[in-house]
Write a protein that binds this ligand. Structure first.
Ligand code: URP
Ligand code: ZN
Ligand code: ZN
Length: 459
């Protein structure tokens, strides 16, 4: 199969130009003006933007969590991702405390192999560290192509590790060339605030927000970066929400540390006033949505290069699942549906509104994730010999986000009625048309597990 994309406005993290792209098999074979290659299919991209396929490095598909499972599986979740222009996701394997990483890997392979439509990889979440796990970490880096290890400083009793385990994990990961990633909030403080609010019969979704004040995130982010400094391990903070946490990273950057930061579309576009609504449970996620001043800090953090990645933390639940916590905010499954809207929301709120450049958009939606997570240049850019993962995007098309039109397996939208400018039109994944005319043309099983190497982004 060969495809010729004519006259598109190609945008990478480094440059913009108008040219044709010729794809043969799974890769880009030529880029140039007026290419004359004969192709099985020609796409006229005049007036359209052509981006590298998006990479969302923070999703939870079919994940057992808080007594239920996230409602998108590998088929529905990766299909929705493709509709939005994301051609690869990185999901989280969760080690069961007391069990091995290898058993958890097998469980997640059972969920994904033969079911994924987009490409995918896994981060390995280490929830119980010991000497046997240390050996498995080395094997994961050297043999499995899984080079990032997720840690939780919250969710005590289920996912959290203590600081002693954290430092020991960092030392092993540093020695073997991996990356430690973190959910950085202070679990003990949050648990005591939850207990206090419940004891006072303060049970509405607003108290989810009030149980996780900014200090719980800034303190943990500072503690994490201090431990990275001590061990000299590279690190990555997921789903950063607030000014205080960003300042902790600013301090680490003054020590010339290698700490990467991800924020998510919801923290840039929504705020905590939503928790006062009757249906506030829709936005119960951890960390919670914050204030307008935090949105400003995050947008400027992107432009200052302190934040390198925008993900989604896609962890959807149906409204019925959210009702598990109708009488107690602490029982509402944490997370929301987002995988489909990342690229369009960030383009509209970021590029269209003049907050970030188009090159920055490509950097934070694709290129930096590919570099940080060891897949560049195969993924994350448009160049000769790279995987032909391409998004053809109409920058002028206005539309409204809604549960009526989204493809995620969630019976509500966190962005119902939100107007955006810019729409993903055609998506190509490893040389095959994935999305065209608002239809998905690939079957479950097309998505490949992508083995990853070492971080190549320098900051
Ligand atoms: O609320 C969230 N974020 N749910 C998913 C788990 C996590 O902490 O990322
Ligand atoms: Zn988290
Ligand atoms: Zn998450």
């Amino acid at each position: 199969m060969s495809i010729l994309i004519k006259n598109g406005h190609i945008v990478t993290a480094a440059t913009n130009y108008i040219a044709d792209i010729y794809i043969e098999g799974e890769q880009i074979l030529a880029i140039g003006k007026n290419l004359s290659n004969k192709a099985d299919k020609t796409i006229d991209a005049t007036g359209k933007l052509v981006f590298p396929g998006g990479i969302d490095p923070h999703v939870h598909l079919d994940m057992p969590f808080m007594g239920t499972s996230s409602s998108d599986d590998y088929t529905t979740g990766t299909r929705a991702a493709l509709f939005g222009g994301t051609t690869m996701v990185i999901d989280f394997i969760l080690q069961t405390q007391g069990d091995t990483l290898s058993n958890a890997l097998k469980e997640w392979q059972g969920r994904s192999i033969g079911k994924a439509i987009s490409d995918y990889s896994y981060h390995m979440a280490v929830t119980d560290f010991n000497d046997n796990v240390a050996e498995e970490v080395v094997r994961f880096i050297e043999n499995e192509g899984i080079t990032s290890f997720k840690t939780f400083m919250a969710y005590k009793g289920a996912l959290m590790i203590d600081d002693g385990q954290m430092v020991r994990l960092m030392k092993v990961v540093k020695k073997h060339g991996g990356l430690v990633t973190v959910h950085a909030t202070n679990g003990d403080v949050i648990d005591s605030l939850i207990a206090k609010n419940r004891a006072e019969n303060k049970l509405s979704p607003l108290y989810h927000y009030l149980s996780q004040p900014e200090v719980t995130e800034s303190e943990a982010s500072g503690r994490f970066t201090d431990m990275l400094d001590y061990t000299k391990c590279p690190g990555y903070i997921v789903h950063m929400t607030c000014e205080g946490a960003l300042n902790a990273v600013r301090k680490a950057s003054q020590r010339n540390q290698k700490v990467f930061v991800e924020t998510c579309t919801q923290y840039l576009t929504l705020d905590a006033s939503l928790y006062e609504r009757e249906d506030g449970a829709k936005w119960v996620m951890s960390p919670p949505l914050r204030e307008k001043k935090d949105q400003t800090a995050l947008w400027s953090g992107i432009n200052q290069g302190l934040i390198q990645v925008v993900g989604t933390d896609h962890c959807p639940f149906t409204w019925e699942q959210k009702q598990m916590g109708k009488d107690d905010f602490s029982k509402i499954p944490n997370g929301h549906p987002a995988i489909e809207h990342r690229m369009e929301l960030l383009f509209s709120e970021g590029v269209h509104k003049g907050r970030i450049s188009m090159n920055k958009f490509v950097e934070v939606t694709s290129t930096n994730a590919a570099k940080i997570f060891g897949m560049h240049p195969r993924k994350g850019t448009i160049g000769i010999g790279t995987d032909a993962d391409i998004v053809i995007f109409d920058p002028k098309k206005e539309h409204t986000l809604s549960v009526e039109s989204h493809h995620m397996n969630a019976d509500y939208s966190s962005y119902e009625g939100f107007n955006v400018t810019g729409k993903t039109e055609t998506v190509i994944l490893r040389g095959k048309v994935a999305i065209e005319n608002n239809k998905c043309h690939l079957d479950p099983g097309y998505g490949q597990f992508i083995k990853r190497g070492k971080t190549s982004l320098t900051i």
